[in-house]
Design a protein around this ligand. Structure first.
Ligand code: G4P
Length: 530
C-alpha cells in the first residue's frame, strides 16, 4: 500500500464511530435509535424500526422495505453518515431476546449509550450491560429519557447513577421543569437554553443564548423565567459541588456525560447526537494473544467474529458471522487466514450494513462491522487476518449463565446426532454445556431464554435431533478451584457440575444457599465470571 493510500485509510478509519445503545426494555432504545437514523437519513419515516419490533408488517413487506431503503432495519447493525462521520449502531437485544450475543456485541463497540427511563432510574438489565462496558473501559454516555413525562428528580437520578453503577456523572444539560411543566433544557455545555416548545419563546427560537453567568441574553424571552432562575441556581450549585468535566475521564469510561431529553418528542436528541460525536472515540486498537497491539489504520486487514446469527428459516441453513474489522480495509474476495485452524478462506460472500444509498458506501474499514455468510467455518471469537503475519486477538470473555436446563435426546437411538449437535453449538458459543459429576446428565446454561429456543430449534433443523429440555430455573453459578473440590459438597440446593474444561462449579438455588455454603466452607473461594 502506498503512503497516499495509507493516509486515505487513516482518514476513513477516523471517521468511524461504532457504539451500542444499552438499556432496560421499554426505556426508549428503539425510539432513540429511530431518531438517530432519521437524522442520518437512513430511514425516512418514524415508526420504521418500531413497526418491525411490534411485527406490524409481514416478513415479505420488510424485505421490500429493506430493498427500497437499502438498509437492513431488521439487522443488528445500522450504519449511517452524520456530519462527516460514519456511524455504526450495534443493536443489543434485550428482554426475551437477551443472550450471550448481547454481551458479546459490547466487545465490538468503542462506546456505549445508556438510555434510562427518568421515571424508573437504573434498572436490572442496564446494570448487567453496564458491567460489561465498564470491564472494557469504554466511554459511556447517558441519556435520561421521557422528560415529557413526570419523572424523578434529576438530582436523584444522577445520584442513583453514581451510586448503583459506581461511575462519576457529569450533567451536560439540566431539565427546566418536567412532564406538563417541561419548559426546556439548560444546556450547560453549550451555554444555552433548548426550548421544549419553541413557539412559547418570544421569537419562536429553539435555542436561547445565555451569558457567562447563565442569564438570558438581550431581549430573548421564555415563558416561565422564574422556573428557569430556580434551575439556574440548582445547576450552578451542581457545577460547583459536582464532578469536574474531563475528556480523559470520559474516554476511559470513568465519567459519564449525562443528557436529559425525550426521544418520543425528539427533544434533546439532536443535541445529544452532536455532542456525543464530539467525544465518542475513533476505532480503538486491539490486543493480540501475544500482547501485540494492532492499530486500526494498519493496512493489513484483520478482525474478529463476535456473533453468529443462525437462520431460523429451515429452508436457509446459512448463517451470518458478524465480524468487527480491527485493522485495514475489507474488499470483497479478499483472502484471509482463519487463525484458529490456519485455514485459508476467500471472503467472497459478504454483506455490509449500510445507509440509504448503496453507491456512496466504499469498502468497509476498521471500526465497521461486516456480515460473512457462513456455512460452518466460523466460531465466536475467531480471528481472520490477511497478510503473512499471524494475528490472533485475545479471547472473548465468558459470561456467567443464569438460566439452566437439563437436556436429553427424545429418541435414545439418536445419541450420535444429539452429541454432534450439542458439541458444535457449544463450540460455536450458542450455549454453555455442563455435566453432573456422577450421572453424566447434560445441563445447558444461558443468560437469556432465547438461547434455549435457538438451541432447540437448531438441534432439530440442523442436526435432526429432537431434545427434551427440563428447566432447572434460575441459578447463581460460581466456579471453585479444582484442588478444593470435594464431590460431597454438592446437594440439590447447590448442584455440583463441571464445565466443558472440567472445571467444577456450583449452581446455587439462591443467595441464601450460596451464603450457607460459604459459611460451611469458608476456605473455598467462589469465583464468578462476568
Ligand atoms: P425499548 O426499545 O427500550 O424497549 O423502548 P421503546 O423505544 O420501544 O419505548 C418503549 C415505550 O416508551 C414506547 O411506548 C415508546 O413510545 C415510549 N417512549 C419512548 N421514549 C419516550 C419518551 O421520550 N417519552 C414518552 N412519553 N414515551 C417514550 P409504548 O406505548 O410501549 O409503544 P407505542 O405504542 O407508543 O409505540
Amino acid at each position: 500500500m502506498t503512503e497516499n493510500n495509507n493516509h486515505e485509510l487513516s482518514e476513513q478509519v477516523n471517521k468511524r464511530r461504532t457504539f451500542a445503545i444499552i438499556s432496560h426494555p421499554d426505556a426508549g432504545k428503539t425510539t432513540i435509535t429511530e431518531q438517530l437514523l432519521l437524522f442520518g437519513g437512513a430511514i425516512r419515516q418514524a415508526g420504521t424500526v418500531k413497526a418491525k419490533k411490534t411485527g406490524k408488517f409481514a416478513k415479505s413487506d420488510w424485505m421490500e422495505i429493506e430493498k427500497q431503503r437499502g438498509i437492513s432495519v431488521t439487522s443488528s447493525v445500522m450504519q449511517f453518515e452524520y456530519q462527516d462521520k460514519r456511524i455504526n449502531i450495534l443493536d443489543t437485544p434485550g428482554h426475551e431476546d437477551f443472550s450471550e450475543d448481547t454481551y458479546r456485541t459490547l466487545m465490538a463497540v468503542d462506546a456505549a449509550v445508556m438510555v434510562v427511563d427518568s421515571a424508573k432510574g437504573i434498572e436490572e438489565q442496564t446494570k448487567k450491560l453496564f458491567k460489561v462496558c465498564r470491564m472494557r473501559g469504554i466511554p459511556i454516555f447517558t441519556f435520561m429519557n421521557k422528560l415529557d413525562r413526570d419523572g424523578r428528580e434529576p438530582l436523584e437520578l444522577i445520584e442513583e447513577l453514581e451510586e448503583v453503577l459506581e461511575i462519576d456523572a457529569y450533567p451536560m444539560n439540566w431539565p427546566i421543569g418536567s412532564g406538563k411543566t417541561l419548559l426546556g433544557l439548560y444546556d450547560l455545555y453549550h451555554n444555552r437554553i433548548e426550548a421544549f416548545r419553541p413557539e412559547e419563546t418570544n421569537n419562536g427560537e429553539r435555542f436561547i443564548p445565555l451569558n457567562e453567568e447563565g442569564e438570558i441574553e438581550g431581549d430573548h424571552k421564555i415563558k416561565n423565567e422564574s422556573l428557569y432562575d430556580q434551575v439556574l441556581e440548582e445547576a450552578l450549585l451542581l457545577k460547583e459541588a459536582g464532578n469536574e468535566f474531563s475528556t480523559k475521564a470520559i474516554a476511559s469510561g470513568k465519567l459519564s456525560p449525562v443528557f436529559f431529553g425525550s426521544a418520543l418528542t425528539n427533544f434533546g436528541v439532536q443535541t445529544f447526537l452532536e455532542t456525543f460525536l464530539e467525544f465518542a472515540p475513533e476505532p480503538s486498537t486491539h490486543e493480540t494473544q501475544s500482547s501485540e497491539i494492532v492499530k486500526p489504520d494498519e493496512p493489513t486487514f484483520s478482525g474478529f467474529v463476535f456473533k453468529i446469527q443462525a437462520n431460523m428459516d429451515p429452508r436457509h441453513r446459512d448463517r451470518i458471522a458478524f465480524l468487527r474489522i480491527c485493522s485495514g480495509e475489507f474488499q470483497k474476495g479478499i483472502d484471509v487466514t482463519l487463525a484458529r485452524t490456519g485455514k485459508k478462506i476467500r471472503l467472497s460472500n459478504s454483506t455490509q450494513f449500510m445507509a440509504e444509498s448503496r453507491e456512496t458506501v466504499t469498502d468497509a474499514v476498521a471500526g465497521d462491522i461486516i456480515g460473512l455468510y457462513d456455512t460452518g467455518n466460523f466460531q465466536i471469537g475467531d480471528t481472520l487476518y490477511a497478510g503473512k503475519d499471524e494475528i490472533e486477538f485475545q479471547e472473548l470473555p465468558q459470561f456467567t449463565p443464569e438460566l439452566f436446563m437439563k437436556v436429553e435426546p427424545k429418541n435414545v437411538m439418536k445419541q450420535k446426532s444429539f452429541h454432534k449437535g450439542i458439541n458444535q453449538l457449544v463450540q460455536e458459543g450458542a450455549i454453555q454445556l455442563y455435566k453432573a459429576y456422577h450421572t453424566e446428565t447434560y445441563i445447558i446454561g444461558a443468560v437469556g431464554q432465547l438461547q434455549f429456543e435457538v438451541f432447540e430449534h437448531r438441534m432439530r433443523s440442523e442436526y435432526n435431533s429432537d431434545v427434551i429440555m427440563t428447566s432447572i430455573g434460575s441459578r447463581i453459578a460460581r466456579w471453585i478451584d479444582r484442588n478444593q473440590l470435594d464431590e460431597n459438597m454438592g446437594s440439590s440446593r447447590n448442584m455440583l457440575v463441571r464445565d466443558r474444561f472440567d472445571n467444577p462449579l456450583f449452581l446455587f438455588e439462591n443467595k441464601f444457599a450460596m451464603r450457607w455454603f460459604s459459611d460451611k466452607y469458608p476456605d473455598v473461594e467462589l469465583i464468578s465470571l462476568l
